[in-house]
Design a protein around this ligand. Structure first.
Ligand code: GP9
Ligand code: MN
Length: 402
């Protein structure tokens, strides 16, 4: 294939990343990142039977930067695609997972940058087998120093369900491991209990099931509620262990939980109007950045998971202009810039492109495709360039850091 490196360099150097007064506000702090399995944004401030699904997160967002219009940009690689976007700010591949297909590539990863710019130690924590999504190998390529996986946890029949150890015992044991890490550290904690088909023992259901015609949606709220409780207990434990104050927390939903075939039940549950663009709007996942002591603010700029890294780097005071990557700082991102989906669709403040149809975002009305064309071209360009970087292993030649 033809590798258009000139175009990549030109594209990337055109990025406009303004500094805000928040640049460097979290410099040198420990970083705790929580990947919340299958957590969609609709659960935030939503109730079942008069009770909040996410009481802890609802409180946390009042004291955090809460980005309420960030979209799931994953493809077939699911959790691993979200990890890939956050660690590299590149797009996932259209088929399979980069973690599985390209683990030997050279990357300019978040972990390498943190090490280079701030002497950070990076660790990942997850209760599933180390080989799942080829994490063990890929984490090494990305420059993680340590991966605490299933074999590092005490996993019993009693403390497990579905894919593995439940979030509450997972976090309990994680804090013990975390307290041994050298500072400053980057710790990524990947939850598991809120995974399809959303199974949970009755005595751990802190909320009643939803009452739609669909069991998936009904159970989903209970596992999200359980995860919320687990995160609350994690914060409590970090506070009592003195690991809270000097830390910046980033929490995000990795991707949708309610797949397209259950979206009608979801629309019922939320009492939304039927609309052809609900499918795209339901891709919103919560992104919460919490810095103890800082006032909260809800930021409604459209963005995607690929934008999480530059936002974090900005707060840490690390320049991210000249990296071969596609994300934009969510604090300054243009409303008009399309949020790219892997199938060529997109959303911005005005339009939704879905299955090659252009819609007005405010009304869900289909409009001539030409209205979406300018953004659709940017989307095609970005996806093509990202693919060229990955398939050509181009960061071998353009490794800026380290
Ligand atoms: C498995 C967990 C779930 O380790 O990350 O993976 P998913 O099915 O969501 O990609
Ligand atoms: Mn997942």
């Amino acid at each position: 294939t033809h590798l258009d490196t000139g175009k990549i360099v030109e594209y990337i150097s055109e990025k406009d990343e303004k500094k805000t007064e928040l640049f460097g506000i979290a410099k040198g702090k420990n970083i705790v990142m929580i990947s919340m399995e299958s957590t969609q944004n609709f659960v935030i401030n939503q109730k079942v039977g008069g009770k909040e699904i996410t009481p802890f997160l609802n409180g946390l967002i009042k004291e955090s930067f809460y980005f309420d219009q960030v979209y799931d940009q994953t493809a077939q690689g699911k959790t691993s695609d979200s990890e890939f976007m956050i660690d590299t700010s590149l797009y996932p591949l259209s088929g399979g997972s980069v973690f599985v297909r390209r683990p030997d590539n050279v990357f300019n990863s978040l972990q390498q940058l943190l090490k280079e710019e701030g002497g950070y130690y990076s660790a990942a924590f997850h209760g599933n087998d180390a080989s799942f999504w080829n994490r063990e190998q890929m984490y090494e390529s990305l420059g993680y120093n340590r991966f605490f996986s299933k074999k590092d946890y005490q996993v019993t029949d009693d403390n497990s369900i579905n894919y593995g150890i439940k979030d509450i015992p997972f976090f309990e044991q994680t804090v013990t491991h975390m307290s041994d890490l050298p500072s400053p550290y980057f710790a990524k904690l990947i939850t598991l209990t809120n995974h399809f088909p959303f199974l949970l023992d009755e005595d751990e259901q802190f909320i009643s099931m939803a009452n739609t015609g669909d069991g998936v949606v009904n159970r989903y709220v209970t596992t999200v509620r359980y995860q919320d409780e687990a995160i609350k207990q994690l914060f409590d434990q970090l506070k009592s262990d003195g690991m809270y104050e000097n830390t910046i927390f980033i929490l995000y939903g990795d991707h949708y939980g309610i797949s397209e075939k259950y979206e009608t039940a979801l629309t019922d549950f939320l009492e939304n109007e039927e609309s052809p663009i609900n499918h795209t709007l339901y891709k919103q996942v919560p992104v919460i950045i919490h810095i103890p002591g800082l006032a909260g603010e809800t930021i409604s700029t459209p963005g995607g998971e690929v934008d999480i890294r530059p936002t974090l780097l900005h707060l840490l005071g690390i320049e991210s202009e000249n990296l071969m990557s596609f994300g934009h700082n969510l604090l300054t991102r243009s409303n008009r810039h399309p949020v790219v989906f892997r199938d060529g669709s997109f959303v911005n403040d005005k339009y939704v492109m879905q299955n090659n149809i252009c819609y007005k975002k405010a009304t869900g009305e289909a409009i001539p495709e030409s209205e979406c064309e300018k953004s659709a071209e940017i989307v095609r360009d970005e996806l093509r360039l990202s693919d060229e970087i990955i398939y050509g292993d181009l960061l071998r030649f353009m490794k800026i850091k380290q």
